[in-house]
Design a protein around this ligand. Sequence first.
Ligand code: SF4
Length: 264
Amino acid sequence: MNPIGIIYDIKKFAVHDGPGIRTTVFLKGCPLSCWWCHNPESQSRFPESKTELLTKNNLKLFRGNETIGVEVSVEEVMREVEKDIVFFDESDGGVTFSGGEPLMQDEFLLSLLKQCRLKDIHTVVDTSGYADYSVFEKINDYVNIYLYDLKIYDNQKHLKYTGVSNQLIHQNLKQLLKAGKNVKIRLALIPGIVDSLENLAQIISFIKTLDDELTVDILPYNKIGENKYNRMNLVHQLSGLEQQTEAEINRVKLQFETAGLKAS
Ligand code: SF4
């Protein structure tokens, strides 16, 4: 029997979650609790009662009621995904599984990935990397690309700002590369924390010890998440931060490129 999962959104026509036009499925639950999380509704593993976000169209696609997050079957998700196959084919796109942390629902994710493989749909998994490596081993054969988030190199700071150590994350990245998986690094520039000169230099050195050919996606800070905290009566511990300018983003990219890495 196919497992049931919990998702909190499906975003169609996504163009920043991997190659081509993609449908992104957001699985609920995350073992991290980043101070800057722009999807706070994703962190709890279970559906939560929050009226405000019910107006989102994508949640209405399913059995929407006054909750964030709905239980869905693999078939229900695939029905939505398959509506967009024509766009995937035209753009070399596919489906991206994001979160939260999609690896938290490993059996559900595995079933979805297997279905995608059966239907020849390209797959991306966007992960924090925080999972037992056995979960990666389980899904590796069905994942075309991993989008792998790095955050803070200093472990004490990582622990402080995300709630977990980065050692497992770094170890898993090494193992994925050793296994020959297609991995793209993502780095969201949280002002003063991730984008500090010291952290960037440490992240660059770390990546260079792994593989000079890795591409790093540099993402600006996303302020949109702060509004969600207000609506959900949550405290945003980093409110008031400003998104970097294009010139600042380009400077960071140049820092990576000067070190011999590919930044996009
Ligand atoms: S890993 Fe992502 S989803 Fe999880 S808490 Fe951090 S920012 Fe939020």
